[in-house]
Ligand binder design. Structure first.
Ligand code: NAD
Length: 427
């Protein structure tokens, strides 16, 4: 099939590469000529494991191409995926300006062949209907249907998730549109979930909100464990073995971040409030997520004997260079304002972090250098590299054998045998 993907970020580029790899002809549309030239040379611009290889293979076979030109790509496409950003506005609502600006650009070129327009971007319920109306207003002769096909990939495992999804959700009123999307997804495994247009939009927000809720719930139980001599990891193992609950995402620590959970919980709150629904559960999820950061800061203030800190991990999660809404940003900004000196290491996210905090952090090229003469080691992202670090060596470099772990990655017993004071969440 011939498809267009608008946006070449984490979702757009992965979608474009995966469908090209499956044998389709893909036009990936962007705005910035310099970025498009780099992409056309095989530079994915973002870090995602395996992405560069898949991009290069599909460039070689001409299955993927990059352009800022809409007319020829849109008029040839059977499916148009919109994968532009939908960040939070100040009030928490999703900012849909990029979506609507793209829709206006697509609309004039929808006359030639029938096509399906589908949002990969996460958009509030009702947005796809609005897109449909906008196009009909601009171009009454357009031959198209809209369908919601929300994206569930996780940064860090995005290619794997897209090649082997748990489910493919397709929401549309049009049987024809559903058939076109089913045809495109045919080579992929995963349950097909065919639903109403609005249901598909809500499925995406409800999925992210429940995952965020599990993290905040784990943090609530962690606080209780800290006060009662219980151990949260033991507790959550015991809880998670119940198949109705599961252990996945019961992660105590410095909380959720990234470009999706914070903004999607906020947008769902706004949708709920506009519909006069009691969303206090979601407010509590957000509140706990903020509280854990303050708790972490108070642990640092309480236990660290000095103000020189080694930080391992800046990305909002492992295996990505993405730092949007990363807990590390909030924690480090607070520490700097309190006069702490920071030496930081992250395997992939340093360049992006530097764009936000350039001169107040010493960025190191390996984790051990960050520990030299530091009064304490902070773990802010659970990269595998840190789980397998040589902690005997680290102890020799630190002024004080103290680790304050924001991600609960080490075993208490093992660290105390090595002579560390180990402070984690929920014990
Ligand atoms: N990142 C994730 O893990 C993830 C997972 C599922 C869904 N989503 C959703 O997918 C959407 C995109 O997320 P992302 O992480 O890929 O964002 P991103 O910021 O990485 O990429 C957004 C892309 O849109 C482009 N863009 C923005 N405005 C544009 C315009 N007017 N015209 C053309 N291109 C434009 C940007 O240049 C960029 O390439 C969001 O709605 C997000 O919530 C993200």
């Amino acid at each position: 099939m011939t498809i267009s993907v608008i946006g070449h970020g984490y979702v757009g580029l992965i979608t474009a590469c995966v469908f090209a790899d499956l044998g389709n002809k893909v036009y990936c549309i962007g705005r910035n000529k310099i970025k498009l030239q780099r992409l056309a040379k095989g530079d994915p611009l973002i870090f995602e494991p395996g992405l560069e290889e898949v991009l290069k293979i599909n460039l070689k076979t001409n299955r993927i191409s990059f352009t800022d030109e809409y007319e020829s790509s849109i008029s040839q496409s059977e499916i148009i995926f919109i994968a532009v950003g939908t960040p939070s506005q100040e009030n928490g609502d999703a900012d849909l300006l990029s979506i609507y600006s793209v829709v206006k650009k697509i609309a004039p070129y929808l006359n030639k062949n029938y096509c399906v327009i589908s949002c990969k971007s996460t958009v509030p319920v009702g947005t796809n209907r609005k897109i449909e109306q906008m196009i009909k207003q601009v171009n009454p002769d357009a031959k198209f249907d809209v369908a919601s096909c929300p994206e569930f990939l996780r940064e860090g495992t995005a290619l794997h998730d897209t090649f082997t999804p748990d489910r493919i959700v397709i929401g549309s009123d049009s049987k024809k549109a559903i058939q076109v999307l089913l045809k495109l997804h045919k080579p992929l495994k995963g349950e097909r979930v065919i639903v109403k247009l609005e249901s598909a939009e809500v499925i995406k927000y409800a999925s992210n909100a429940i995952l965020a809720t599990k993290i905040s719930f784990a943090n609530l139980i962690a606080l209780l464990c800290e006060k009662t001599n219980a151990n949260v990891e033991e507790v959550l193992d015991g809880v998670g073995l119940d198949k109705r609950i599961g252990r996945h995402f019961l992660y105590p620590g410095i909380g959720y971040g990234g470009s999706c959970f914070p903004k999607d919980v906020k947008a769902l709150i706004m949708t709920g409030e506009k519909n006069k629904i009691d969303v206090s559960l979601l407010h509590a999820v957000e509140k706990i997520n903020q509280t854990v950061r303050y708790n972490y800061l108070s642990k640092i203030i309480k236990y660290s004997k000095g103000k020189k800190l080694a930080v391992w991990g800046l990305a909002f999660k492992p295996n990505t260079d993405d730092i949007r809404e990363a807990p590390s940003l909030y924690i480090i900004k607070d520490l700097i304002s309190k006069g702490y000196k920071i030496k930081a290491y992250d395997p992939e996210a340093t360049a992006n972090f530097k764009k936000i905090i350039y001169d107040k952090i010493e960025y190191m090229s390996n984790p051990y250098d960050a520990c030299i003469n530091a009064d304490c080691l902070l773990i802010l992202t659970e990269w595998n590299e840190f789980k397998h670090a040589d902690l005997k060596q680290v102890k020799k470099l630190l002024n004080d054998p103290l680790i304050i772990d924001g991600r609960n990655i080490y075993d208490h017993q093992y660290l105390s045998e090595l002579g560390y004071k180990y402070i984690a969440f929920g014990s």
